[in-house]
Every structure is written in structure tokens, then in C-alpha cells.
Ligand binder design. Structure first.
Ligand code: SF4
Length: 414
């Protein structure tokens, strides 16, 4: 217990700059909503954002808002509101908390940013079902409620090998979005603009990869819990110069930490993988718990999901189709297992934590024997933490703490 009291999360200096660019992003959208220009698109987190930006839309990401509801621990005020209109407590708690907050006319944006009273109203809603079906149901609810057009891309799922047929289908679906989006935005599609947005996204994603890979160093300079916060610009500002500038600054700071042999966890003893969604309302508590146990959670599927290596401005439609299809969540079990094995070896990890998120089966990869198979193949222990991304009724603090402490004892014994 005495050790736990000393757990201190190290501050990342670049955080100030991140807060500034995130504030600019939200205020710009707030102004656009008031003035009716530029038009605002809502887009799923791994949807065709670059196409929307190239057509002059400002882009709001409902999942980012869902994560804010989770991180501010307000999600549970809203989930029952959405359950009451027929949306099950078992479906995505981003969806249920976001819709519930809308129905109650509340948003964490208004507490974080003075003068912002509501989430920016959409002119169009655009999804890609690459991650799950819930995103389509989510945006379709808003389409009915606000009488706004909804459109999107239906992606194949559980993919092993990505074939040309798959890519051509997705590229064509992306092209088919252009005529209605031109009408809504009032702007003509410009291939050169599209290429330049994609080039900026590519720079952003390359830098984000480098940021995450600083954790190959021992000790690792940044925890998974830090990374979930610092991935904000990669999620909502990819395709902008501001995100590129930000990751250059963050990368420099982390490289300095490596030079100074300064880890996110002082006295790093164990290095761990986090598989699955963050538990947004418990980031700080979990971060402190692992620091107190000298265990660094330093690699994750979740943060890697915003690495889009395939972006290529010379072949924008097909490369974007590939980038948004080759991410982990879209792939089959075999791919996922090999992916995790590779990371465990590269990052010299001692164990794997699986988060079984009650309301997100798509990001809960413990359910079909993966922990047992990885345990056998890698000869390292795994632990499943039961919880949820936003619905804290599914999470037990005490049980998690006991299980994590026992897991670290197991690592020590090993
Ligand atoms: S992947 Fe999971 S958390 Fe993300 S929108 Fe779909 S159901 Fe929700």
C-alpha cells in the first residue's frame, strides 16, 4: 500500500500544445455551425475523413465525443436515456452515451470550452462499417432525428488476405460518395486537394507510428494510458498541418526521454500489452495502479489502430481503401493472433492484458481462445479484465485491482 501512494504520472510537456490544437478544432466547428459555413460532416473514426476534408467539410467524430463522455465519467448519466428509447444496454456504450447526451442536451464540450453549448450539428453523416455495424445504426439514428442525409461504405469484415476485389469495391463505394457530398458541401471535388489532404494524413500517421515506437526503448518513455490521450490529434486532426506539427514536438520530447533513460514508469520491471478498448473513466486509476506495481503498459492494439501505412497520394482511392481495411479490427482471428505475437516479441513484453469490453465485442478479442493460444505460443501470462469502454457498471475496481496485483505477482514468480 505504501508503494501505491507514491505513484506519480509523469507529465508530458507537449500536452499544452495538444490542448491548444484540440480547442482550436472545436471552436472552428462551433463557429462554422453558427455561420452555416463551412459545412460539417460527422464521420466514423476510421471512415473516409480525407475525402470529406478535401471537399471542404469540417469533420466531427462521434466516437471522440463518446470517449469524452467516458473520460469525464458522465456516460452513465446518459446510457439509460438511450436504453429507454429501445437501444439495448448491450450495444456500444459510445452510441448509447452519445445519443443520451444529445437527448438531454448536454455535452462535456460545454464544460471544457467556454462558449460552446452543443455538439456541432451535422450537414451530412458518413460511416464506414469496417469497425462494426453499430456506427451505421448510430449515425442512422441522427439521420432520422435531425433529418440529415446519411451515407457510407460497407466494408468486408474478418478479412485474412486483402484482395484486389475487396479494394476495388471499397474504392468504388468511396467514389460513389462524391456526387452527393459535392451537392451538400457546395464544392467541386478536386483530386489535387484530395491528394494533398492524404499526404498530410500520411505524414501524421508516420509520425504517430514513430511516437508509439519510441516504446521499443527500455525503459519505455510513454504509457498506453498517456497514448490514449495523445492520440486525439491523430483521430480528429489527421489531414491537417496542426497534427503533423504536434507529433513532431511530441516525438522530440519522447526521444529526449529515451536519451535520458527516463521511462514513463520509474524502475520499469515488467512490460505489458493492452488488447482492447481503453476504460475511459478509469485511465488515471489504472495508470497509477500499474506505476505502483512498476509495470509499464506500453503497447496496444487500440493506439496502433490509427497507423495507416498504406496512404499514398499517387493512388488515393485504392490506397485509402487499403489503409482503412488493413487495420486490426477488420481482420480475421489468424491475422490478429500473429499481429499480437509480433508486437510482443518486438517490444519484449512480459504479459498481455485483455480488456473484455461488455458493449464492444468487436474490440474484445479474448472471447474465442486467443489468450490461451498466445499464452502457449509465447510462454507468457495473460489476464482478462472485465469492464467496458464507457459503462462503468460493468467494471469492478476492487476485482480488477486484486486480479492485476495477482498477475504481477505471477510475473515476479516467473
Ligand atoms: S468498434 Fe466498438 S466501441 Fe467502436 S463504435 Fe463499434 S461497438 Fe462502439
Amino acid at each position: 500500500m505504501a508503494e501505491e501512494k507514491k505513484a506519480v504520472i509523469k507529465k508530458i510537456r507537449a500536452t499544452g500544445q495538444m490542448k491548444k490544437i484540440m480547442a482550436d478544432y472545436f471552436y472552428e466547428m462551433n463557429d462554422a455551425m453558427k455561420e452555416g459555413s463551412p459545412k460539417i460532416a460527422w464521420c466514423t473514426s476510421v471512415g473516409p475523413a480525407e475525402l470529406l476534408l478535401s471537399l471542404g467539410f469540417l469533420v466531427h467524430y462521434p466516437e471522440n465525443h463518446g470517449a469524452m463522455l467516458g473520460a469525464t465519467r458522465t456516460a452513465n448519466n446518459y446510457i439509460p436515456v438511450t436504453n429507454a428509447i429501445g437501444y439495448s444496454p448491450d450495444i456500444c456504450s459510445y452510441l448509447t452515451s452519445d445519443v443520451g447526451a444529445f437527448l438531454k442536451k448536454e455535452t462535456p464540450l460545454s464544460r471544457a470550452y467556454e462558449g460552446i453549448q452543443e455538439v456541432p450539428r451535422p450537414d451530412v453523416l458518413v460511416f464506414n462499417t469496417n469497425q462494426c455495424r453499430d456506427v451505421q445504426d448510430w449515425l442512422t439514428w441522427y439521420a432520422r432525428e435531425l433529418d440529415v442525409p446519411v451515407m457510407g461504405i460497407s466494408t468486408f469484415r474478418n478479412i485474412g488476405r486483402i484482395t484486389d476485389d475487396i479494394l476495388q469495391s471499397i474504392a468504388q463505394q468511396t467514389k460513389d460518395l462524391i456526387p452527393p457530398l459535392e451537392r451538400i458541401s457546395g464544392n467541386k471535388f478536386d483530386i489535387d486537394k484530395f491528394r494533398s489532404v492524404l499526404a498530410l494524413s500520411k505524414k501524421c500517421t508516420d509520425l504517430w507510428r514513430k511516437v508509439l515506437e519510441t516504446n521499443l526503448a527500455v525503459p519505455a518513455p510513454m504509457s498506453f494510458f498517456d497514448a490514449t490521450i495523445h492520440m486525439g490529434p491523430a483521430v480528429v486532426l489527421r489531414g491537417s498541418q496542426a497534427a503533423v506539427d504536434y507529433y513532431e514536438v511530441l516525438l522530440k520530447e519522447l526521444e529526449e526521454r529515451i536519451q535520458n533513460k527516463e521511462g514513463a514508469v520509474d524502475g520499469e520491471k515488467f512490460r505489458l500489452y493492452w488488447e482492447g478498448m481503453p476504460i475511459w473513466g478509469k485511465l488515471r486509476d489504472l495508470s497509477e495502479l500499474f506505476i505502483s506495481l512498476k509495470s509499464a503498459v506500453i503497447a496496444s492494439t487500440y493506439c496502433n489502430s490509427w497507423i495507416f501505412d498504406a496512404f499514398n497520394p499517387d493512388d488515393p482511392f485504392v490506397s485509402m481503401a487499403r489503409a482503412y481495411t488493413e487495420i486490426f479490427i477488420v481482420r480475421d482471428e489468424d491475422f490478429k493472433q500473429k499481429y499480437i505475437e509480433d508486437i510482443v516479441r518486438r517490444y519484449k513484453l512480459d504479459g498481455i492484458l485483455f480488456h473484455d469490453a461488455k458493449t464492444c465485442p468487436y474490440n474484445s478479442n479474448n472471447r474465442y481462445g486467443m489468450p490461451e493460444r498466445l499464452q502457449q505460443r509465447l510462454n507468457i501470462p495473460t489476464l482478462t479484465i472485465n469492464g467496458d469502454l464507457n459503462d462503468l457498471r460493468c467494471y469492478s475496481e476492487e476485482q480488477t485491482k486484486t486480479n492485476v496485483e495477482a498477475f504481477v505477482e505471477q510475473l515476479e514468480a516467473k
